[in-house]
Design a protein around this ligand. Structure first.
Ligand SMILES: [Zn+2]
Length: 315
């Protein structure tokens, strides 16, 4: 019995030693080393649930942007959400880590979709979920990116994205309503100090208020790049100022402006021209290819004739 007891004690010590070595490797950021110890324990059936969690966190550290690793992590953390693990200098509650991973996956899913009002509203709801987190720094950023980012900072930014997405989705129909949404986006971006986005909002809001008359049909429109489009011309400003007020205010470019309806007519014309010229150039390319092929055939038969003459001279 004493011998058996000693063997068990030895085995326990070995497991504990490997676990410690794996944790030390994490502290040193030696990801491959950590995987070696943790995989060894898992392969021999000696791993406790926290080893699985730590191993998954190491995989996240090695390839943070991998969607597959993120999905696998969510599955594994769900099964172990009552645990708390020591990862490097961090004490991590798996339930909180899991929740942030789920929010991050939602963010990535929304970001991959085309802009629409629905996507914008979903971004706003997601941003509010970040605002509801009651701890000072996001775990994912702290642990895997070694940066401090507060949940409210990211929450504000994502809500800004939400309102901006809605504005972009409705700007062709209603520049005025789009500008109102962009004013909300601007407030959120200001909260989190994203200055480039604040500037983008300002530009959008300014453009949305610009009015002018369509050069072609004289329709009054508001919303530059929304319902009123600049088109380059060789005319000078003085020339068309004489024709009446047909430009948005304070514009010194050599442009005339088209309403969306007129612009669409030009766009269709342009598409037709493009199709025709493509047919023409495709035909020319084919002619050139045929000509080159026939020249090559011709040259080859000349080479063959020369070969035969050289052969006959050698004999
Ligand atoms: Zn027009």
């Amino acid at each position: 019995m004493a011998l058996l007891g000693g063997l068990i004690k030895n085995k326990e010590e070995r497991i504990e030693k490997k676990t410690e070595k794996g944790k030390d490797a994490i502290k040193m950021k030696d990801w491959n080393g950590a995987l070696k110890y943790f995989n060894g324990l898992i392969d021999k059936g000696n791993a406790t649930p926290d080893i699985y969690v730590l191993r998954q966190m190491v995989l996240m550290a090695m390839d943070y942007d991998s969607p597959k690793i993120l999905n696998d992590s969510i599955d594994l953390f769900r099964k172990n959400k009552d645990l708390t693990v020591e990862y490097g200098a961090h004490t991590v509650k798996v339930s909180q880590l899991l929740y942030e991973c789920e929010l991050r996956r939602d963010d990535e899913t929304l970001s991959s979709k085309e802009d629409s009002v629905e996507v914008g509203e979903a971004f706003i709801r997601l941003g509010q979920k970040y605002m509801d987190l009651e701890y000072p720094n996001l775990i994912l950023n702290d642990v895997f990116k070694e940066e401090k980012m507060s949940p409210s900072m990211l929450g504000n930014y994502i809500q800004g994205e939400g309102y901006s997405t809605i504005a972009e989705s409705i700007k062709y129909e209603s520049p005025k309503m789009a500008a109102e949404r962009m004013i909300s986006a601007r407030q959120f971006y200001t909260e989190c100090n994203f200055e480039d986005d604040v500037k983008r909002c300002d530009e959008f809001i300014e453009n949305a208020s610009k009015s002018g008359k369509c050069w072609f049909c004289n329709r009054e429109e508001t919303g530059l790049f929304m319902r009123l489009w600049p088109m380059p011309t060789l005319l000078s400003k003085e020339n068309y100022a004489k024709e009446g007020e047909r430009m948005p205010d304070n514009d010194s470019n050599k442009n005339v402006y088209a309403c969306s309806g007129c612009r669409f007519v030009f766009y269709n014309q342009y598409q037709d021209c493009l199709k025709e010229s493509k047919q023409y150039t495709d035909g020319k390319v084919q002619d050139l290819a045929d000509w080159t092929a026939s020249r090559l055939d011709n040259l080859q038969s000349q080479i063959n004739a020369l070969d035969r003459r050289i052969d006959s001279l050698r004999r």
